[in-house]
Ligand binder design. Structure first.
Ligand code: MF3
Ligand code: CO
Ligand code: CO
Length: 288
């Protein structure tokens, strides 16, 4: 799967990209983010998710790019649109959005062979109080994860930062889906978990649930790694199930779920976010 990736592979099978590769990811990431920006005024009560997907398909074509999801494992759409208790991989269709619905729209494009993968939350009409808190916590959890990205930290440090923020707000992190390496391929090692097998003790040690200090054996972050962070957070329990269409994942307890996703690269001293919103419209408190 990784044979299209060049550069060095770590012993965990993670590709280390060249400095010049960041520009390719920036271009792909910016197209995906621009497409999500342009959708903002269209997400209103009365629109169907397939109408939104049609706009996305057209935007990808107009840009001279390709959709990474059309044809991926038999998937037939340019986006995943996950409404309310849908956790991820919602299939665009005839569902009409109603006032107060919250939804994640996830788009992956291929530009000059590089993959740009990003998703964010939208609201149709007026945002309810609980949904607002869920969206806020999920957004901030993604950024806590990104803040943990720097050479020398581990992948589990990212998951720990996300999980700690979510659970401090009495919400739960979905375990059944994770982020992923990407670059010249859509999904490559590692799996980027949004939780960790340890918490940080008051003394700053990595300890397990019984308080015993443990060794973090997850891969160490290195400059040139490209991957997504895409936490899914539920208001209720973390468990999910996949519907009979083999794609749509929902919360088992029907509680609301939210997700934000960025594609990022590890730099010498932190992270470069490839999928930043050109219009500052990532968080759905934007005014359009
Ligand atoms: N974009 C999703 C991700 O974040 C993957 C969607 S695959 C699809 O990895 F086939 F469901 F579109
Ligand atoms: Co992704
Ligand atoms: Co995605």
């Amino acid at each position: 799967m990784d044979d299209r990736n060049q550069g060095r592979l770590t012993r965990d099978g993670i590709t280390i990209h060249e400095a010049a590769d960041f520009a390719g990811m920036q271009k792909a990431g910016q197209l995906a983010a621009q497409i999500l920006d342009d959708l903002c005024p269209l997400v209103v009560p009365g629109v169907t998710t397939e109408e939104l997907d049609r706009v996305i398909t057209q935007a990808v074509e107009d840009a001279g790019a390709r959709s990474a999801t059309i044809g991926y494992k038999g998937y037939r759409h340019a986006s995943c649109i996950s409404v309310n208790h849908v956790v991820c991989h919602g299939i665009p269709g005839g569902k009409v959005l109603k006032d107060g619905d919250i939804l994640n729209i996830d788009v992956t494009v291929i530009v000059d062979g590089w993959f740009g993968d990003t998703s964010r939350m939208y609201v149709a009409g007026k945002l309810g109080r609980k949904a607002e808190r869920l969206i806020e916590v999920t957004h901030d959890a993604l950024f806590k994860g990104i803040e943990a990205v720097k050479p020398g930290n581990t992948f589990a440090d990212i998951g720990q930062a996300i999980q700690a923020h979510v659970e401090a707000n009495r919400m739960s992190v979905v375990r059944d889906f994770c982020g992923h390496g990407l670059g010249r391929v859509f999904h490559s090692p590692p799996n980027v978990l949004h939780y960790a097998p340890f918490r940080i003790s008051p003394e700053g040690m990595k300890v397990n649930s019984s308080g015993t200090v443990i060794t973090d054996r997850s891969p160490v972050l290195e400059e040139g790694m490209f991957f997504t962070i895409e936490p899914m957070v539920n208001l209720g329990r973390p468990e999910t199930k996949v519907l009979g269409d083999d794609w749509t994942a929902v919360t088992r307890d029907k509680s609301l779920s939210a997700q934000f996703e960025h594609s990022i690269g590890v730099t010498a001293d932190g992270a470069e976010i490839f999928t930043l919103s050109p219009g500052g419209l990532f968080h759905p408190t934007y005014q359009v």
